[in-house]
Design a binder for this molecule. Structure first.
Ligand SMILES: *[C@@H]1O[C@H](CO)[C@@H](O)[C@H](O)[C@H]1NC(C)=O
Ligand SMILES: *[C@@H]1O[C@H](CO)[C@@H](O)[C@H](O)[C@H]1NC(C)=O
Ligand SMILES: *[C@@H]1O[C@H](CO)[C@@H](O)[C@H](O)[C@H]1NC(C)=O
Ligand SMILES: *[C@@H]1O[C@H](CO)[C@@H](O)[C@H](O)[C@H]1NC(C)=O
Ligand SMILES: *[C@@H]1O[C@H](CO)[C@@H](O)[C@H](O)[C@H]1NC(C)=O
Length: 358
């Protein structure tokens, strides 16, 4: 008989212990990490963020620790959400990209009005929307309006089925849908950046992906791939993204601007852009392109940096709906590969496009 075998009379007790231990593990997992959120008007007096007594978004964010999952029910919320660096692995889960919608509450910090400000590693947002509005009476101190800011500390952030909406008919200068400000390995999947943002997505990152998404209505650039270090490789991938209605209605506007090395643009659809469909920019080319729209920092957004060049870009299988001549490559042409790019003169049918219903 082995030394540590449990004597028969102690078996029921042992079983009870095992049961207790597994119950504790289960209970912690089930209730500790999930916080249930409803709009302020539906928060009751016993609100403790449990499923039966859901709490406000503000309260849930204040008590949420690492790995917390916020289950945010359908509805409109007002807030400028900050995910702190110590909230590693936190996730915001909504009921649908246009059903659970968080609007900026108008908070301006250092000139920036940001709807979602992510500072934690391994953050994720799923089936949820973030909306920014241009408020005429609150613009004096606003330098930049941003939908989602993924800071350099937010390594591995993921957005899946997220809507980033700019609801504005006013001045839209210096507004960005999504800014990935230095964090590597970020993924935007099925993310729709809609409305007259000046630039839809700034990807100042490496090893990041934008896939199966939509950028619709940006007034200057759809997606800008930016490498702040010209000698480093950024290796980002843009795949199966639909970009449309870019520009200010005249000749201005670029669907994708590449300002970094070793980037890949694959299998997308570009329609109704202003000037360039894809612009691999910089001054090194034979016929000197327009400079890039490099942005050094979120607070500081100069219009251009003529020194920027991009090399080893690969553009493959992208369909252009419109007139030819949309790809502008300014690295001398030897290092950038352009393959299987189709120019289709008719605009794509609506059913083929990603449609966002608000
Ligand atoms: C997490 O960080 C925030 C912001 O720095 C701070 O206010 C909060 O107290 C921290 N929470 C914990 C549990 O340390
Ligand atoms: C616009 O800004 C003003 C001033 O800060 C504020 O009182 C008002 O609630 C804001 N309106 C909206 C719709 O955000
Ligand atoms: C702009 O900032 C100044 C100084 O911080 C402040 O006094 C003023 O109320 C702000 N204006 C608006 C519209 O927020
Ligand atoms: C957009 O703005 C208009 C006018 O301010 C408002 O009526 C509408 O509800 C807003 N829509 C969204 C989705 O924010
Ligand atoms: C730029 O990238 C190169 C190549 O990876 C690296 O050696 C250099 O230190 C980087 N410079 C800065 C300022 O980060």
């Amino acid at each position: 008989m082995a030394f540590h075998t449990i004597p028969g009379r102690l078996l029921p007790l042992a079983a009870l212990c095992i049961l207790l231990v597994s119950c504790i593990a289960l209970c912690v997992e089930a209730s500790g990490d999930k916080l249930f959120v409803v709009p302020n008007s539906a928060v009751g007096s016993k609100a403790d963020c449990s499923e039966d007594f859901p709490c406000s978004l503000e309260h849930a964010l204040a008590v949420a620790g690492a790995e917390a999952e916020l289950e945010i029910s359908e509805g409109h919320y007002d807030g400028n959400v900050v995910i702190h660096a110590n909230q590693t692995g936190l996730s915001l889960n909504g009921a649908g990209a246009s059903l659970t919608l968080i609007h900026s509450a108008g908070l301006v910090v250092n000139g920036n009005e940001i709807v979602l400000d992510v500072r934690a590693e391994d953050f994720s947002a799923n089936r949820i929307g973030f909306a920014q509005t241009w408020n005429e009476s609150n613009t004096a101190n606003v330098t930049a309006q941003i939908g989602v800011l993924i800071r350099d500390t937010a390594i591995g952030a993921r957005l899946d089925e997220v809507l980033v909406l700019y609801n504005s008919s006013g001045d839209t200068s210096t507004s960005r849908g999504v800014v990935i400000a230095g964090a590597p390995e970020v993924e935007l999947k099925k993310t729709a950046v809609v409305g007259p943002w000046q630039d839809g997505i700034h990807l100042i990152s490496s090893s990041s992906k934008v896939k199966q998404g939509l950028v619709d209505g940006a007034t200057r650039i759809g997606i800008a791939l930016i490498n702040t270090n010209v000698s480093a490789s950024s290796e980002n991938k843009i795949k199966q993204v639909t970009i449309r209605n870019i520009g200010d209605g005249s000749t201005f506007g670029t669907a994708i601007e590449v300002q970094g090395n070793n980037n890949h643009v694959k299998e997308g659809e570009i329609s109704n852009w202003g000037k360039y469909g894809i612009h691999v920019c910089g001054e090194a080319g034979p016929d000197k392109c327009d400079p890039c729209h490099y942005s050094a920092a979120v607070e500081e957004l100069p219009d251009s940096d003529p020194l920027r060049t991009a090399r080893h870009t690969s553009i493959k299988g992208v369909d252009f709906f419109g007139e030819p001549g949309q790809i502008r490559v300014c690295d001398g042409g030897e290092e950038t590969k352009v393959k299987r790019v189709q120019v289709i003169r008719e605009a794509p049918e609506e059913e083929r496009e990603v449609v966002v219903v608000i």
